[in-house]
Write a protein that binds this ligand. Sequence first.
Ligand code: SOE
Length: 391
Amino acid sequence: MEAVEMKEINVGLVGYKFMGKAHSNALSRLGMFFDCSAQVNKRAICGRDEEWLKKSAEKFGWDSYETRWENLVVRKDIDAIDITAPSNAHKVIAISAAENGKHVFCEKPLAVNLADARDMLECVKKNGVKNQIGFNYRFAPAVQLAKNMIVQGKIGTIRHVRASYLQDFIIDPEFPLIWRLKKEVCGSGSLGDLGAHFIDLARFLVGDFKSVMGMQKTFIESRPIVESMTGLSAQASNKASRGLVDVDDGSVFIAEFENGALGVFEATRFAQGHKNDLSIEINGDKGSVKFVFERMNELQYYSADDEAGLQGFRLIQATEGIHPYMAAWWPTGHVIGYEHTFVHEMYEFYEAVANDKPASPDFADGVECSRVLEAVELSAQRRAAVDIRSL
Ligand code: SOE
């Protein structure tokens, strides 16, 4: 019998720091754990600092490297471009990649503003390439379980959603002015970096936003110029030379959804003691679900249908083979972590590419998220509610 040849998809990755490493790891795990329709190859990694890049290429297992993304996107041996560079670089790279016929995976937020996000969406549509955005928390099995339960009507009609994303890594006023604090590079601060995740989770689990009303604050207005950074750690060279922070340190907003639900949201990097504390709770008339990322293998569930006298929140360990994605990993109870969410999103993207199916969440979801981000900013400036459909 003739052996059937497996399809191959060759990837070019832009970025080699925090997200670059997370994506490289995910691609390395794919074929080992999942039955993929195609073999996904780590063909080339791209970044500006050649010394770092060379080391990263070797360490993360990429076949080759490029120091200019312009060279990467035209390479004939590459089918898909994965963008993990800072947000202001997303648009130009994604558009060039799509114009060169490459499928595009892009980290969140899609762009530094809504207009750019819309241009990116238009371009991938025009060029007919698959596209996906890196809303990785959707891919925690417990979140997928919550989605399935909501679709099955287990919590009934949704009335409330409350979500927060709390970090504390920039509380020290001497923490340097990293790119995540410069509007022209990142678009917005805690809102776009952290809020983008819960806006997406709320859209995924509850539905589309109708209107929002927000407040934003910058607590520390100037910081020492950054010399180097890795992950979320950074060093300043000379503490006397400072620059202005022009994004929000904390953002809060309330929202109304198209389906009538109400929402309360908080994103901050000033919540002392909270390291990466993303949580979302949804209350329906028949029950509630709650997901807390720092306990990401669990889903809390309350059912009003439980026997009287025995009602209460139960803790579901979403680690059984019947839970989404878990059959690919370890025996029940052998928990998974942050990096697995990236493996799951990559699995979905490359399955979509291999089988010519739409990917999800896609750039249209990225645009919807950017719409909400922009509406929150506008409402904070105007001190009034903003209707999402007005943007
Ligand atoms: C930094 O605040 C950050 O790494 C975000 O950029 C990620 O999207 C989030 O998942 C964790 O925190």
